[in-house]
Design a protein around this ligand. Structure first.
Ligand code: 13P
Length: 263
């Protein structure tokens, strides 16, 4: 039986003070929630503050990214060791916003590729995180153009195969994969429940093919993209959707609590 996992990705939102206020109110609201793993993914600067305030609660903390080297001359980057030291237990890796894929379109002229993430860097980051004892949540998802061109399945299968390359079945079985169609992120345009279930089942089948049935049965697969309290229940009741990765609706305590309680 896979334990559902609901994560709130705050992206570039909340100062340390705002994060503190959120956690103070939030932890009381979810204190009685059992059998659901709850994660908060604050911006790096608030990870320590949030982790301190979540100590002894049922809330764990995740980074939003991690670099693939242990230390050194990598200006602006954060290592797995630093995240663990600050109190994180998980980290997102390969979010579409760090892959440089936004909204309904791929990168257009005038948008800067401020992160040049590829399946290869995603794979390096996952390996470094696992080696350090930080649990990776690997994000994947197709853009609007890729879906329109009928390439959804091949894009996702490629991201899964290349992102998880060289890992053991045991490592993959302990991981979380988040399916986030890029066109559904922050747009209010949620993927239909049958389609989200279909893609999540396809991800599980691909993992079964690459790593075996045991890994496929234990890997947890989240859906992300415009998840709200009113659509969470239906999405989360699907057999291959083991949780949600929530952006905008995780910024307000009542909305995020509503999603968690929908399970
Ligand atoms: P929204 O819930 O705001 O669509 O964002 C989803 C997301 O990108 C979570 O990582």
């Amino acid at each position: 039986m896979r334990k559902p996992i609901i994560a709130g990705n705050w992206k570039m939102n909340k100062t340390i003070g705002e994060a503190k206020d959120f956690v103070e109110a939030f932890r009381v609201e979810v204190a009685s929630v059992k059998d659901v793993e709850i994660l908060l993914c604050p911006p790096y600067l608030a990870v320590h503050e949030v982790a301190q305030r979540c100590q002894g609660t049922n809330i764990a903390v995740a980074g939003q990214d991690v670099f693939w080297k242990e230390s050194g001359a990598y200006t602006s980057q954060v290592s797995a060791k630093m995240l663990l030291d600050a109190g994180a237990e998980f980290t997102l890796i390969g979010h579409s916003e760090t892959r440089g894929r936004f909204g309904k379109e791929d990168m257009t002229e005038g948008q800067f590729a401020f992160f040049a993430e590829s399946d290869e860097t995603v794979n390096c980051k996952i390996k470094v995180a696992l080696a350090a004892g930080l649990k990776p949540i690997m994000c994947c998802g197709e853009t609007y153009n890729e879906r329109q061109a009928g390439n959804t399945d091949s894009v996702i299968k490629g991201q899964v195969k290349n992102g998880l390359a060289d890992l053991t079945a045991e490592q993959v079985g302990g991981m979380v994969v988040a399916y986030e169609p890029v066109w559904a992120i922050g747009t209010g345009e949620v993927c239909s429940t049958p389609e989200a279930q279909r893609v999540c089942a396809m991800i599980r089948a691909k993992i079964a093919k690459l790593f075996g049935d045991v890994a496929a049965e234990s890997v947890r697969i989240q859906y992300g993209g415009s998840v709200k309290p009113d659509n969470a229940k239906e999405l989360l009741s699907q057999p291959d959707i083991d949780g949600a990765l929530v952006g905008g609706a995780s910024l307000k305590v009542p909305d995020f609590v509503g999603i968690i309680k929908a399970i």
